[in-house]
Design a protein around this ligand. Sequence first.
Ligand SMILES: NC(=O)c1ccc[n+]([C@@H]2O[C@H](COP(=O)([O-])OP(=O)(O)OC[C@H]3O[C@@H](n4cnc5c(N)ncnc54)[C@H](O)[C@@H]3O)[C@@H](O)[C@H]2O)c1
Length: 463
Amino acid sequence: MKRLAKNTLFLLSSLLLAVFSSCTCKTDGIIRTQTPERPDGQKDVLELALPPIDTVRVGFIGVGMRGESAVYRYAHIPGVQIKAMCDLHADRVENCQRFLREAGMPDADSYAGSPDAWKAMCERDDINLIYICTDWIDHAEMMVYAMEHGKNVACEVPAAMNLEEIWNVVNTAERTQLHCMMLENCCYDFFEMTTLNMAQQGLFGEVMHVEGAYLHCLDQFWDEYEGNWRMTFNKAHRGDVYPTHGMGPVSQLLNIHRGDRLQYLVSMDTKAVSIPAMLRAKGDSSEVANGDHTMTMIRTVNGKTIQIQHNTATPRPYSRLYECTGTKGYAQKYPVEGFALSKGTVSPDDVPNYQNLNGHRFVDAETKAALMKKYRSPILTDDLEEHAKEVGGHGGMDYIMDYRLVYCLRNGLPLDMDVYDLAEWCSLIPLSALSIENGFAPVEVPDFTRGNWNRVQGFHYAM
Ligand SMILES: NC(=O)c1ccc[n+]([C@@H]2O[C@H](COP(=O)([O-])OP(=O)(O)OC[C@H]3O[C@@H](n4cnc5c(N)ncnc54)[C@H](O)[C@@H]3O)[C@@H](O)[C@H]2O)c1
């Protein structure tokens, strides 16, 4: 019954996507989608700051693989109370209560047993943050419902799967003037954060081209997802279905909707071979729409380029690429982490061996270590870094993300990532599919700020 409801929802959302995608026109060979008018009286949420929240009182929806680790991290963040947890399975909620007990917190109220149990949790008046870790299909509906019931909301990646959902989430955030953040943890990787700081200090000159990706063979994981939601989505959709780990950190490097904006994209995919073969070996002969490897190229208004890749099908070492190409230097995280800088980009006080800098090769290990230390992100302190590595979550970056969200809420500051980041990064899902399904045609990327992408100048953390 539960599966039936889920599949019906899934079909409905595919239908809505088809309807919304049909609201497109093609002129000059470029596909353009419709940007809904901002309703009268509604204003944007750029740099939204709300009154400080003394205690962040959280309700979690979805405590499966990802949600369980989120609850563990929140039990280690100062200024947090975990008021409620919801899952389809009561035993998963019960399993997470141990983290609260270990931290000396009272048990959270449990919501389970129905796919709609989360709604009652959102309707409570003693929760001020709803944290969503369910599968992709319900994210947008849950975010909208939570905001409509007065809650700030944070949602796992990707937070919205088609343009209809994206615009609905943007409009709800603007109408309710509440925080709506996608939990893009890769923006808090230590190397990415240091590189961002170096870019902001001008070490790479003008950043011209960036690359990001999600290249992760999921063979070990496909069968672990509740009700097979991830495979079901991949079977039905072409395009980059998981672009945000690649998009997040590189969009911050390019100050997207903070002085620049995404303008056009073109996507291509390979045919689907590996996943259909894997399924056939298990006796499943269903069609798979999603190609083994998908590439998207984006050009920005300021003449920068972005390349994003997706491959969860073929065996290869994990990679998010993360490349930053500037007029004076270069950084890359995968497959080998390093920086290359032209002579004269750093002063002798900055790094050892500064006189040997050479744009042809990576700086040596000693110089890299000195750069990592000197250009550590301004949001980090020794204590925070140590605690984050202790609590963990992808080496600590997940903890930093959660810590920052709580810190900003408690101090009444704008969040590091806003609803327009969510919209831009998720928009690759429908737009890459539109490009591919129309002969790999160029597609215009909507301006989700509806005209205000140039008002904030440069990405920065609120402190
Ligand atoms: N940022 C990262 O590094 C990262 C890593 C892994 C997963 N994720 C994301 O986290 C999300 C969850 O992934 P996962 O691997 O934990 O999947 P999962 O299938 O293990 O967990 C999903 C959980 O949500 C619950 N759920 C589903 N529908 C529900 C409903 N209506 N009400 C209450 N609970 C419901 C399920 O019972 C399950 O426990 C996905 O968006 C995924 O992309 C992100």
